[in-house]
Structure formats: structure tokens, C-alpha cells
Design a protein around this ligand. Structure first.
Ligand code: 3UK
Length: 519
């Protein structure tokens, strides 16, 4: 797709909302949520009410609106309502803890927070530390000293012209985690979503108005945002939104009941689904394609799924920075275990440490060029300079390409782990374990489970007066879960007498990964 066709004045909301109304799809079911259906007309109205309510609070263009919301119509209304007035919505991971939210609210300088009621209790204790935040809007039960979402929008006008933004104006941000330090705000522009919708959703998935999407990855992930929102809305299709995190059995039930045609999972979800033996009450006939991303899909999982359900899984790699999938398998051309080939609109290079191109089959660093890549990291020139090279982005992934042009994932070039498709920093887990009074030293690495999927494992050296055991392992896990998001908790803790180190005292993680160290 060429971005040259976009008008000089372009607001992304028009592509995903107004376009549906103008082309006679206003009565199409847009959102299926808790057994209720909202049409495109109804969604458009809720977006306009929300945009007008934001304007009434005095929100100006480019000001940030933080959204800590479960998948719901209110998420959709907040996201596109903000974009419509030229403000910047920032969807945030709902599984984080108070200190994370405090950092994100202050770093982004968000002036409005829209949050679902069950999570408000995590904001209450940090409220005094939020330097920029002026208004809190709560979705769900009423909370004193906050605005109630439904009342807040109730009397607003349902008419709202989109702000006169340009294709290259900022549109929304997504935070991305790094090995050390704090998450970085990736600034996405007005033209980024249409680029992914056209090149990947239409180009690879051939999405149409008849499709119904269901994604295990929530809307606050870049992956889920495309799957469950701007892909279906690009063509007037239906999204099935689910506020809760579902167990594998409930995922099967949901598919059986709501009949999606496109099912988006992550490898851990496919492994969980395949671990259920009795699936006699489930029916996946509606699903024409499944998609996997977030971490590499092992060939064995692909084969098992295909044998069981007769549906292909298209593994593809995407990132928060590029917004969605840029290398993907294609229907009827899957090479299981590989990430497939570059999506139209993206170029890929595999280079050595000096950015020189490598010959086929050689393992090197993956660079990507494509027009959906974020413009920069908010307020972080150093990370921006390290990550972006002219218009190319360094993905931080090691890849090789085979003689037929298929790309094969070979690991990360940093220590970051992808667990259940979600970033986990070993450094953050280590720093948390170090706060425990019995821990002297520790190191966290990834280990592969029975499905070949990476999970965090901690090697812990205790202070000399203590000994390890199952009770302490349980206690340390609870300690970590109390302090940081529970998906970051190590699945295994091994107590060791010492950690392997270099002459300069740096922990040699590769030796721990290889399992050389015995307690
Ligand atoms: C890894 C993969 C191997 C890889 C994402 C689809 O995962 C997404 O975004 P994140 O920013 O992470 C990006 C990193 O995750 N990765 C993702 N997919 C694969 N590795 N095979 C894969 N199929 O390290 C990449 O750099 O959380 C996925 C769409 C949008 C996304 N943001």
C-alpha cells in the first residue's frame, strides 16, 4: 500500500468508523460483547460522545489520555474518541502494579485517565504522586472523587467532526519494555493503523466484512489492538470482545459459542488448548484461519493443531514498534517452525554487528523497513538513536533466511524473554528477588518447557545462614508476585552455591542457560 493516497488532512478515526457508515455498513454488527451486539452506528455514537466529553474537560490536541481498560466498548470509545479530537490515547497493560502505573502516568504526562473500576484501587494509593493527571474517569461501579464514565458521556452531543490532523501527526502511543530501565513510549502516527490493516489484515489474512475476529491477546497489546479492533473495523467486520483473561477451556467454549472466523492466539495459548484432551463438546468449524505471534510457534504445536482441527496457524512476527506483523506465513504456504516471508510493504535485512548484509542461511540481526513503524520513543533520544537507523528499525531479534526466502527465528540479541508472548525482563525479576532478606545473589534466564516455550527460571544464591527448599521457593515466588506483575514470576527457582561469572564479575547467563551449573 502506498501512503501517497492519504489526504493531507487525515484522521485515523475516519478510516475505521466513518468509512463504515459511508459505505452502508452502519447496521453491521461491530462489537459482540457480553452477549450484546453494538452496530457501527452505535459504536460511532459512543465514540463521538466520548470525544465531546474529553473536549469539555479541556483536553487539547496531542495531550495524552491513558486507558487502563479491559476489552470493552468503553475501550473502543476511549481509543477512537481521543484520536477523533487529535488527543493521544495510550492503552496500558491491565496486569501491572501501582508503581508501574505511577511511572507510566508521569512519564506520559497524561491529563486524563480512563480506568475500569476493579483496577482503580491500584491508583488510589499513588494519586498524590501523579503530577500531570487532572481527571479520572471510572468505567463500572461508581467511585467517589472520580467521574463515572456513563454519566460523563450521557448528555454529550453525538455529533463530532474529526480533528484536522495530518497522516504524519501522532495518533496513539504504546509502551514497550526493555531489558533495563523503564518502558518506552512508542509514538505511532495517524497513518500507521491503515498501513497494517491493508498490508497484513487484507494482504495476508484476506479479511472481509463477513469475518468475526477473536483474539486471546487483549486490546492493550499492539497485537490485540489490530486483531480485535482496527482489522475488523477496517472492513466492517465483527469483533468479539472478552473482558476477562480466559483459561483454555473457556477459550474453546467462547469459540464454540461466538463462532469467530479468525482466531488469534499466542503459542502458550495454543499449547494450553492442545493440552485439553476431551474436546468433544467444542466446535471450531467457524474458524477459517488461526494466527500466532508474540513468540516463535514451535513446529510441534503447529502440527498438533492442524492434525486436531484441520486449521492452519499462520505464525508471524510483529512488534510494538512496527505496530503489527511484518513477516508472516501465508495460507496454504506455511512452513511450520518458520516466521514466513516479509509482508508486502515491509523490507527485511539480516546484518552483522557492523550493519553489513549477511549471506543467506547466516544468522544475524533483523532490521525492518516499513511505514507503520513508530516515529520515535517519547522523551528518549538515546533509545531512539540506538533503535532506529535511517528509516529502519533494529528489532533486537536474531534471524536467518533459507534458500526459499523463509525467515527462521534464532533468538534475541538482548536478555529479554518472551513469556506467553509478553515481554519479561530478567533484570527486573532479579532486582525484585534481591529485595528478599535471604537472597544474596541471583540470575534469571529462560528455560524451555515441554512445549519448547520459554519460561523464566531463577538461580538463587542464599546468604550463608540460610538453606533453600520448597517452602522458600514458594515464599520467593509469592514475594515476587506481590511486588511486580504476576506474569513476571519465575516458574522455577533453583538454589545454587554460586553463579558463574567472568573475570570482571559479570554473571555468565549463557552458562546458566546451557544448564552447566549444578547446585
Ligand atoms: C518477539 C516473535 C518469534 C520478537 C507483536 C504481533 O509480540 C509483539 O510485540 P512485542 O513488542 O514483542 C516483539 C518481539 O516479540 N516475537 C513476536 N512475534 C514473534 N518471535 N516469532 C514470532 N512470531 O522478539 C519481537 O521482536 O510485545 C506481535 C503483532 C504485534 C506485536 N506487537
Amino acid at each position: 500500500m502506498s501512503l501517497k493516497n492519504l489526504p493531507r488532512s487525515y484522521n485515523a478515526c475516519t478510516t475505521f468508523i466513518d468509512e463504515n457508515l459511508h459505505s452502508g455498513r452502519g447496521e453491521n454488527p461491530a462489537i459482540l460483547y457480553n452477549e450484546k451486539t453494538l452496530t457501527y452506528f452505535e459504536v460511532a455514537e459512543l465514540i463521538n460522545l466520548t470525544g465531546n466529553a474529553l473536549l469539555k474537560l479541556g483536553v487539547k490536541r496531542e495531550q495524552r489520555i491513558m486507558c487502563i481498560l479491559f476489552d470493552s466498548p468503553e475501550f473502543v470509545a476511549s481509543f477512537f474518541g481521543a484520536i477523533r479530537i487529535g488527543a493521544i490515547p495510550i492503552p496500558i497493560n491491565t496486569w501491572l502494579k501501582s508503581p508501574d502505573f505511577e511511572y507510566l502516568l508521569n512519564d506520559s504526562q497524561a491529563v486524563v485517565l480512563i480506568i475500569c473500576e476493579p483496577l482503580y484501587k491500584l491508583i488510589e494509593p499513588i494519586r498524590a504522586n501523579l503530577k500531570w493527571l487532572r481527571h479520572i474517569i471510572v468505567v463500572g461501579e461508581k467511585v467517589p472523587q472520580t467521574l463515572d464514565f456513563s454519566e460523563w458521556v450521557k448528555d454529550e452531543s453525538a455529533e463530532l467532526a474529526p480533528a484536522n490532523t495530518s497522516p504524519d501527526d501522532p495518533c496513539f502511543w504504546l509502551y514497550s519494555s526493555g531489558t533495563t530501565g523503564f518502558p518506552k513510549g512508542a509514538v505511532h502516527l495517524q497513518h500507521d493503523m491503515i498501513y497494517c490493516a491493508e498490508n497484513y489484515a487484507r494482504g495476508v489474512l484476506n479479511i472481509t466484512e463477513q469475518d468475526r475476529t477473536f483474539s486471546v491477546a487483549k486490546l492493550f497489546f499492539a497485537y490485540g489492538l489490530g486483531n480485535s479492533l482496527y482489522f475488523p473495523f477496517y472492513v466492517g467486520a465483527t469483533t468479539i470482545l472478552e473482558p476477562n483473561r480466559l483459561e483454555p477451556k473457556s477459550i474453546y467454549e467462547k469459540i464454540t459459542k461466538n463462532k469467530p472466523t479468525l482466531f488469534f492466539g499466542v503459542p502458550t495459548a495454543f499449547a494450553g488448548l492442545l493440552a485439553i484432551e476431551d474436546t468433544s463438546t467444542f466446535n471450531l468449524d467457524s474458524v477459517r484461519l488461526s494466527v500466532s505471534a508474540g513468540e516463535a510457534l514451535p513446529k510441534a504445536l503447529y502440527d498438533k493443531w492442524f492434525a486436531k482441527w484441520d486449521v492452519e496457524i499462520l505464525d508471524g512476527i510483529g512488534s510494538t514498534e512496527t505496530l503489527h506483523i511484518f513477516i508472516s506465513n501465508r495460507p496454504n504456504q506455511v512452513r511450520a517452525g518458520s516466521s514466513g516471508k516479509p509482508v508486502l510493504g515491509y523490507e527485511a535485512r539480516i546484518v552483522d554487528e557492523n550493519d553489513q548484509d549477511l549471506a543467506p542461511e547466516k544468522v544475524g540481526n533483523l532490521l525492518i523497513l516499513g511505514d507503520s513503524t513508530c516515529a520515535y520513543y517519547w522523551n528518549n533520544p538515546k533509545k531512539t538513536e540506538e533503535t532506529f537507523l535511517d528509516n529502519w528499525i533494529r528489532t533486537g531479534d536474531k534471524y536467518s533466511v533459507d534458500e526459499d526466502g523463509y525467515f527462521w527465528y534464532q533468538g534475541r540479541s538482548d536478555d529479554m524473554l518472551k513469556v506467553g508472548g509478553i515481554w519479561v525482563s530478567p533484570v527486573e525479576i532479579e532486582a525484585t528477588l534481591m529485595l528478599h532478606p535471604r537472597v544474596l545473589e541471583c540470575a534469571v534466564v529462560g528455560f524451555k518447557d515441554a512445549d519448547e516455550l520459554v519460561k523464566p527460571k531463577a538461580f538463587v544464591v542464599l546468604k550463608p545462614e540460610f538453606t533453600g527448599g520448597n517452602d522458600l521457593e514458594t515464599e520467593l515466588k509469592k514475594f515476587v508476585k506481590d511486588k511486580i506483575a504476576s506474569f513476571k514470576c519465575p516458574r522455577i527457582i533453583e538454589f545454587v552455591h554460586q553463579l558463574p561469572k567472568t573475570a570482571t564479575g559479570k554473571v555468565q547467563r549463557f552458562r546458566l542457560r546451557e544448564g552447566e551449573i549444578k547446585s
